[in-house]
Ligand binder design. Structure first.
Ligand code: C2O
Ligand code: CU
Length: 520
């Protein structure tokens, strides 16, 4: 194992990801940010030099952070916000393989650009011989306005989630320039060069704020081999639904005639409440480029846009790829019984008396405490039961290595992709959004071959709580995070406080005092 060193100079740069120029929160001037790569067992060091003129905090999505909870990158929970003009180094060891990503976890900053892929290679990957080359492909929604301009308004009124202006593949989008008076140019398409006869692994990551995508490549079926850091039994699909923060590896066989083929990423409006008579997807709004495209280009193909016409993309149901097609390989059945159950009801609704729309977990809406993050409260000796309720903190009484059944009851009609920090979990049971009202005893669990993942569109899950620390559990629709759909699962606090917290580096607590002076 070696140490992989990365330096992230974070600053605002004018870029035009979809053709329309705006200020983008970049890493080393790049959007999306540079890829972090390592082998399983390596230590990764990311030194963040914050020149944003905003605080920041970077979360490595899906990385377990064993014994380094304080590098989980969640200002208000696991660290003070990293104020601008300072340097902060994340150091962690990765004993897991697969496809991950990093993103700012400070307010809605990742939507403004601070995000990028993480790939952990496994020299013993059983699928290594199934492909010749690999690519990373991100799909994302995009906004012309920096989030700081519209979040305060959005959070204070009662309306729908902000909708994207466009979408992009690997940071390249195409806004219809005729729809704007802003300076606008044609960016072309994200293009992936391939050779006929070769097989390619595509690591697909949805880095959106709110968009669900269905991805396909004309004439090229995709064979799923990995889901969020767990290899799965090969399963071939024509269309891949991918919700926010989800990741899949697929293999495509470039066995078609030498030519250019459309890569299609169709965006859907899962987080906007449906009105009767509404179109099912935002694709039907033709003034915006919600039918996002890229190009798979064979060596030797003629210049120009693909002529390929794919099958019509099925309408998004806003759900995940079917669980029965994501069987871990080799098999990894879950523990056959659980020791603890945690039930969380999630909702979005108007809260009296202010009549502001809020998102809640078990009735309360999370507000981060940037002045005294949870980790500092523990360090300062505050009894977890004191902030248990007010900070949406749960589960601090689980025994170490408890097998926890986490049941999410979704009280509204929309789906929410829920992510658990520091763990992956088996998706053992599922039901329709808004209809999950069975008693626990009547649920039928799949305890044979359920998928293991770290984000799921509201379905119950079982996980092993062997990772002491403070772990966020939240809907990954960024607007819902800002509205409070967040819980903190404080795992094995005794072990964490006694054995681990004394090793917490000073930089974690360094910036809270200065935070006041700087507004998010
Ligand atoms: Cu992708 Cu709380 O994170
Ligand atoms: Cu949500």
């Amino acid at each position: 194992p070696t140490t992989r060193d990365y330096t992230f100079i974070c600053k605002r740069t004018n870029l035009a990801p979809d053709g329309v120029e705006r200020e983008v929160w970049t890493v080393n001037g790049q959007y999306p940010g540079p890829i972090i790569q390592a082998n399983i067992g390596d230590t990764i060091k990311v030194t963040v030099i914050n020149e944003f003129k905003d605080p920041t905090g970077i979360h490595m999505h899906g990385i377990f952070m064993n014994e380094t909870n304080w590098f989980d990158g969640v200002p208000g929970m696991t660290q003070c916000p990293q104020i601008s003009g300072t340097t902060f180094t994340y150091t962690f060891t990765v004993n897991q393989y697969g496809t991950y990503w990093y993103h700012s976890h400070f307010v809605a900053q990742y939507v403004d650009g601070l995000k990028g892929p993480i790939v952990i290679h496994d020299p013993e990957d059983p699928y290594l011989s199934s492909y010749d080359f690999e690519y990373v492909m991100t799909v994302s929604d995009w906004y012309h306005d920096p989030t700081g301009n519209f979040m305060p308004i959005f959070l204070s009124y009662q309306g729908n989630d902000p909708v994207p202006d466009s979408g992009e593949i690997s940071g390249v989008g195409r806004y219809s320039c005729s729809n704007t008076t802003l300076p606008c140019k044609d960016n072309g398409y994200a293009t992936y060069k391939v050779q006929k006869g070769k097989r390619y692994r595509f690591r697909i990551i949805n880095t959106s704020a709110m968009a669900h995508f269905v991805v396909s490549i004309d004439n090229h079926p995709m064979t799923i081999i990995e889901c969020e850091g767990t290899n799965v039994q090969k399963h071939t699909v024509d269309f891949l639904p991918i919700n926010i923060a989800e990741r899949y590896s697929v293999i495509i066989d470039c066995n078609q005639p030498v030519n250019n083929y459309w890569i299609r990423a169709s965006m859907s409006r899962c987080s906007i409440p449906y009105q009767p008579g509404d179109p099912d997807t935002i694709n039907s709004n033709s003034s915006l480029n919600y039918d996002v495209r890229g190009i798979l280009s064979y060596d030797g193909a003629p210049k120009g846009e693909p002529q390929s016409t794919g099958v019509k993309i099925p309408k998004s149901q806003c759900y995940d790829q079917d669980v029965s097609t994501l069987k871990p390989y080799p098999p990894q059945p879950p523990p056959q019984s659980s020791t603890s159950t945690l039930e969380l009801a999630v909702n979005v609704g108007f809260v009296q008396p202010s009549d502001v729309l809020e998102a809640t977990v078990n009735g309360s809406s999370y507000v981060p405490d940037f002045k005294e993050p949870t980790i500092m409260k523990l360090k300062n000796g505050i009894d977890p039961s004191k902030f248990f309720r007010s900070d949406n903190a749960y589960g601090y009484d689980f025994p170490h290595c408890a097998v926890v059944d986490l049941i999410i009851r979704n009280l509204e009609r929309r789906t929410h992709p829920f992510h658990l920090h520091g763990h992956n979990f088996w998706v053992i049971c599922q039901g329709e959004a808004g209809s999950f009202n069975k008693s626990l005893g009547s649920l039928e669990y799949n305890l044979v071959d359920p998928p293991l993942r770290d984000i799921v569109t509201v379905k119950p899950q079982r996980y092993i709580a062997c990772n002491p620390g403070i772990w966020a559990f939240h809907c990954h629709i960024e607007w819902h995070v800002e509205m409070g759909m967040v819980a903190q699962l404080i795992e094995s606090p005794d072990i964490f406080i006694k054995n681990q917290l004394p090793k917490m580096p000073r930089q974690i607590s360094e910036f809270c005092n200065k935070y006041d002076n700087e507004k998010p």
